[in-house]
Design a binder for this molecule. Sequence first.
Ligand code: ATP
Ligand code: MG
Length: 88
Amino acid sequence: MRRWRMRCEGSAAWMTLAGERGIGKTRTAQAFATYAGLRGAHVLWERGYEGSGAPPYWPRAQAIRSYVRRRDPESLQRGMGAGAVQAG
Ligand SMILES: Nc1ncnc2c1ncn2[C@@H]1O[C@H](COP(=O)(O)OP(=O)(O)OP(=O)(O)O)[C@@H](O)[C@H]1O
Ligand SMILES: [Mg+2]
């Protein structure tokens, strides 16, 4: 929740839920996504599979790519705030 508050204050943060199989990570993430979505957050889902052989961060790159493609450049840059780097 501390990271969520940081995000609300304008700094981006990734959150990772780690734990034993079946402990409730997905369910917690779904509840949190609902909470955040109701408060205006853009929620991106990524899904990785053990032993899939995909490069590191592949699911995250896919989630970000599809999000970026749906947004226009101006609103994207606004959303990224002061930390955004102008890419050629
Ligand atoms: N707080 C809870 N109250 C009741 N049931 C719960 C709760 N959290 C999780 N469950 C149930 O426990 C089961 C496992 O939860 P979940 O799928 O979220 O675990 P997971 O940590 O994501 O598992 P995996 O490591 O296999 O991905 C599900 O059937 C889910 O509905
Ligand atoms: Mg899960």
